[in-house]
Design a protein around this ligand. Structure first.
Ligand SMILES: Cc1cc2nc3c(=O)[nH]c(=O)nc-3n(C[C@H](O)[C@H](O)[C@H](O)COP(=O)(O)O)c2cc1C
Length: 218
């Protein structure tokens, strides 16, 4: 039976806003959940051993390549077994947390998860990115256009020739406002963004539950 695959990448544990908003999603989700916490249990970076193992026959693998293949198989099977995805990935240095990028490098495998013109097993599966950030990146903000996480993940996960997932994003902003003096005047905007994020997360969970239930029957 398929499940929601929840991946966490914030290093901040229970105080992480991305995790808290993702918790609102899972509280409203009806179905099984498989969780992988990359902050607690990061995966190794994909190295030459793992890359070469992909294109070599299994019976020719060195012991190191066997180990790399085992990890890759575990991650790919866990990914493909899901019917929906929840990725709690804060904005770190304008971009994707490195632990999440390392996980992506393992699961993006041509012919297994990536189509590149061929069939894409995960096509159309609903996917939610929850990405808290210290600053503001909306229209009119000085940093507008400098969020390189959501656009990158929309391409990596959503491109029809790659994973072809049905990607949505929730971005609770200005999480630094309560603690950084120069941003304190933006606390009301931060609170509104946070409240809206929790509401959107619950709504998305209800929608994802409906979509996956319909797909299970079809
Ligand atoms: C390593 C690191 C890099 C960060 N880089 C940025 C950044 O580029 N832009 C930004 O707005 N906030 C940045 N922040 C702030 C985080 O995005 C903010 O604390 C956010 O709430 C983290 O998500 P979390 O609460 O889910 O852990 C950074 C925080 C850390 C720890």
């Amino acid at each position: 039976m398929s499940y929601l695959l929840r991946i966490d990448a914030s290093a901040s544990g229970a105080s992480s806003i991305s995790r808290q908003v993702a918790d609102s999603f899972t509280a409203a989700w009806s179905g099984d959940i498989v969780r992988r916490d990359l902050a607690l249990n990061p995966v190794d970076h994909l190295g030459a051993v793992g890359i070469t193992a992909r294109t070599m026959r299994a019976d020719e693998h060195t012991p190191e390549q066997k180990a790399a293949s085992r990890l890759q198989d575990e991650l790919v099977q866990e990914f493909l077994g899901a019917g929906a995805y929840l990725f709690a990935v804060p904005l770190y240095n304008y971009s994707i947390p490195s632990v999440f990028k390392a996980w992506l490098d393992h699961i993006m495998v041509v012919g297994r998860t990536i189509g590149l013109g061929g069939a894409v097993p995960s096509a159309g599966r609903p996917t939610l990115i929850v990405s808290a950030r210290g600053g503001g990146y909306g229209p009119g903000a000085p940093q507008h256009g400098k969020d390189f996480l959501v656009p990158a993940l929309e391409t990596i996960l959503g491109d029809p020739n790659l994973m072809a997932l049905d990607v949505r994003a929730i971005t609770p902003e200005l999480t630094y406002a309560p603690s950084v003096e120069s941003l304190r005047h933006l606390v009301p905007q931060h609170r509104a963004s946070l409240e809206s994020a929790h509401t959107q997360a619950r709504r998305q969970a209800e929608e994802f539950s409906r979509i996956t239930a319909t797909r299970a029957i079809a």
